[in-house]
Design a protein around this ligand. Structure first.
Ligand code: PLP
Length: 400
């Protein structure tokens, strides 16, 4: 009999972590590698947040807390939802876990039965389908086309819903496309969801603070208050506050769901690090002005990358509203040949040959459920981005 469980056998390892590991290995061999694969801000965690963690250690805040987060952090999250999203939650409607990832996983473990369907709009963040599978559910992929800015059309959503649909996942701004839904687009999806009361909505708002130009960020429970009772609003400090290593994510939702998620945490992980929770209190309650400064830096990088990629032969790069990703098309490069004789038959070959020829690490669109595209993370310096894009231009020019 196999060591691996049947439910784990349905899951594949994270493709984005695989690309990062491959780039690291090439670097170790002495290759000059430009890593545009990892989805992590290059900025440091702000000093006031670090200081709050150090103070927490000195005060002896180093013991167990409530399994789903301590009251001080839940209060800071309640205030955040009220201040930034006009959403009213009580502290008993808040779930805190060791990152945005486990918040989502706890929700699925708490609610999915075998055969339950979860609608996952593609291009999707790599972990959604696999977390659904691991929790025993069935991911149902629907496509957001490039022509629609990679966003889900209401009629496509409507056609995908069945009596077994338990959840719809929304992720705005999106990893991997950077696409963000406007108020009108969310209202149109809400109109469909009103017809299907069995469907819960998990909205992953992790990139909320990274939107550009005059884009007005809104989340679905705010736009459609009548869906509040079946919406889980997920967020976290990882991306906005450059705190990926601290591992704090959170969600607000209806009390019956939050009670179930607490039950999962109480028998599995228990509380996220008490020290990280105090750091997150400072992140949410402390000064917020650096968020706009960092968003401005990201916006400049987006503009640089979009412009340089659109100057590469055969690449078409849409300009997304947010996050720190772009999702260019390589449709026009399919069938071309590299100088070493490899035929670009799909986006996986494209990214492998690009890494080979120019040492640029990016992630193939196949990993996110829509080909032929690739994802670039621009959460790195303008110098590195310029060099990376120059190499991509050179690689594309070399294809015949
Ligand atoms: N949600 C999205 C869309 C993400 O891109 C990520 C991280 O890559 C997460 C959630 C997970 O965040 P965390 O590091 O807090 O688990």
């Amino acid at each position: 009999s196999s060591l691996q469980s049947a439910s784990l056998a349905r899951v594949k390892p994270s493709a984005t972590l695989a690309v990062t590991a491959q780039a690291r290995e090439l670097k170790r061999q002495g290759r000059d590698v430009i890593g545009l694969g990892a989805g992590e801000p290059d900025f440091d965690t702000p000093d006031n947040i670090k200081a709050a963690a150090i103070e927490a250690i000195k005060r002896g805040e180093t013991k167990y807390t409530d399994a789903d987060g301590m009251p001080e952090l839940k209060a800071a999250i309640v205030a955040k939802f009220a201040r930034e999203n006009s959403l009213t939650y009580e502290t008993n409607q808040i779930h805190v876990a060791s990152g945005g990832k486990p918040v989502i996983y706890n929700a699925f473990v708490a609610t999915l039965n075998p055969g339950d369907e979860v609608i996952v709009p593609a291009p999707y963040w790599v972990s959604y389908p696999d977390m659904v599978l691991l929790a025993g559910g069935e991911p149902v992929t629907v496509i957001g086309e490039e022509a629609d800015g990679f966003k889900l059309r209401p009629e496509v959503l409507d056609a995908a819903i069945t009596p077994r649909t338990k959840w719809l996942i929304l992720n705005s701004p999106s990893n991997p496309t950077g696409a963000a839904y406007t108020r009108a687009e969310l209202e149109a999806l809400a109109e469909v969801l009103r017809k299907h009361p069995q469907v819960w909505i998990l909205t992953d708002d992790m990139y909320e603070h990274l939107v550009y130009g005059d884009f007005d960020y809104v989340t679905i429970a705010q736009v459609a208050p009548d869906l509040y009772d079946r919406t889980l609003t997920c967020n976290g400090v990882s991306k906005a506050y450059a705190m990926t290593g601290w591992r704090i994510g959170y969600a607000g939702g209806p009390k019956p769901l939050i009670d179930l998620m607490r039950k999962v945490a109480s028998q599995t992980t228990s509380n996220p690090s008490s020290i990280s929770q105090w750091a997150a209190v400072e992140a949410l309650n402390g000064p917020q002005d650096f968020l706009a400064e960092r968003a401005a830096a990201f916006e400049k990088r987006r503009d640089l990358v979009v412009s340089m990629l659109n100057q590469a032969d055969g690449i078409r790069c849409p300009k997304p509203e947010g996050a720190f990703y772009v999702y260019p098309s390589i449709e026009q490069l399919i069938g071309k040949t590299t100088p070493s004789g490899a035929v670009i038959d799909n986006d996986e070959t494209f990214t492998a040959e690009l890494l080979n020829a120019e040492g640029v690490a990016v992630v193939q669109g196949a990993a996110f459920g829509l080909s032929p595209y690739f994802r670039i993370s621009y959460a790195t310096s303008e110098d590195v981005l310029e060099e990376g894009c120059r190499r991509i231009q050179r690689f594309c020019a070399s294809l015949k």
